[in-house]
Design a protein around this ligand. Structure first.
Ligand code: NAD
Length: 249
């Protein structure tokens, strides 16, 4: 049990990578607190994986985050997974869309870390370890992709946030890393494919940018998530870890 005795909160746990990560962490012995804005998808999680605790949470709402942090035990692990993919070039981004993407993809992580880090610090004084994982992407400061300017800008900011937090708390054994996936087959990716003018062509194009000739599955991501939240990664901090199927070779 690689996460035995750890309490780990996962955001965006209703579907996709967040959901698979919540389940993977619970299977490795963690007490998992799964949060999402979507109660309907969250509701089936404890049936699928008994023991997972669920809470409706909008990570854009500071009041909700603080109320939840007051109610929960101190965390050993925090996985900030929520994010949104904007489609368009720089010429297609109204300021409201810019602000929304930054709020959900970046500012929400700052809010979550501000609310949960004090408890993690306290707990780390006895356990000697704590881990924050922020969801970035290969589309970030690492690589540019067509019609992903806003998305990539926010995910680059996530890497900056990650490195700053890592630098400030490294001496307290609190680690902070970013996960940078390739293209992962999740409900929102299926939505992006379905809403394209030619969905068959769109799926082909997503696959074509993955040199292994296939999309990633959520289970391609969870081993890295478990590793980064476990003490196996105790000497790893401030890193943007790519799990991209070789896109950036
Ligand atoms: P998804 O996009 O299918 O699901 C996102 C989840 O986030 C949903 O359950 C949704 O209800 C929840 N959510 C949305 N707004 C929220 C809010 N305000 N508060 C709380 N929860 C909220 O899942 P995914 O595709 O696995 O993406 C998860 C993360 O991984 C995102 O940050 C995304 O940018 C990142 N990512 C995804 C891919 C990919 O190809 N799927 C690649 C790289 C990075």
């Amino acid at each position: 049990m690689r996460l035995k005795d750890k309490t780990i909160l996962v955001s965006a746990a209703g579907q996709g990578i967040g959901r698979a990560s919540a389940i993977a962490c619970a299977k490795e012995g963690a007490k998992v607190i799964a949060v999402d804005i979507n109660e309907a998808t969250l509701a089936s999680l404890p049936q699928e994986c008994p023991g997972i605790e669920i809470h409706k949470l909008d990570v854009r709402d500071r009041g909700q985050i603080i109320a939840l942090a007051d109610q929960l035990p101190q965390l050993d692990g925090l996985f900030n997974c929520a994010g949104f993919v904007h489609h368009g070039t720089v010429l297609d981004i109204p300021e409201d869309d810019w602000a929304f993407s930054f709020d959900l993809n970046v500012t929400s992580m700052y809010r979550m870390i501000q609310a949960f880090l004090p408890g993690m610090r306290e707990r780390a004084k006895t356990t000697g370890t704590a881990s924050i994982l922020n969801m970035s992407s290969m589309a970030s400061s690492i690589k540019g992709f067509p019609v992903r300017t806003l998305y990539g800008t926010t995910k680059a900011a996530v890497i900056g946030l990650t490195k700053g937090v890592a630098a400030d708390f490294v001496q307290e054994c609190i680690r902070c890393n970013a996960l940078c996936p390739g293209t992962v087959d999740t409900p929102s990716l299926r939505g992006r494919i379905a809403s394209a003018p030619d969905p068959v062509e769109a799926e082909k194009n997503f696959i074509a940018r993955q040199p292994m000739g296939r999309l990633a599955t959520v289970d391609d991501m969870t081993p890295m998530v478990v590793y980064l939240l476990s003490d196996e990664s105790r000497f790893v901090s401030g890193q943007a870890l790519l799990v991209d199927g070789g896109v950036t070779i």
